[in-house]
Design a binder for this molecule. Sequence first.
Ligand code: IDP
Ligand code: MG
Length: 140
Amino acid sequence: MEINKTLSIIKPDAMKSKLQGKILDYLENKGFKIIAQKKMRLTKKQAETFYAIHKDRPFFNELIEFMISGDISVQVLEADNAVSHYREVMGNTDPANADEGTLRKLYGNNIQCNAVHGSDSQENANIEINFFFSKLEVIN
Ligand code: IDP
Ligand code: MG
């Protein structure tokens, strides 16, 4: 096992439902250390850049509108196998198909408003961490 980092976002639906504290508590209980964190509101341009990989998908425009519809809370998390561990506890993209006890099952509303984002590979985690945080903002 290797200790590494992943990027987490608590999305606008969960923030509006005041679930930030519950989600952070869940993540700490699952063994993640929060080594950087910020609350922010994405601009349209920032959201389009972050999700550029999905720009040709039919849901892209509504995903962008959703992600800029309210505040988000962004974390860098450290854990053993952080990327795969977070993907496991996050659950399926669609909360209806997510396993019991996963974040999306517990707190997601639907396939779009699904409470949280987690990086899908170490390469993308590094890109996403650098997108949101400078070196100075991450505990090392
Ligand atoms: P992931 O977040 O589980 O990695 P992706 O396929 O990377 O899922 O999709 C990114 C985000 O786009 C999802 O978390 C969700 O918010 C949104 N999304 C994915 N598929 C759909 C869809 O079919 N309709 C609406 N929104 C979607
Ligand atoms: Mg993804």
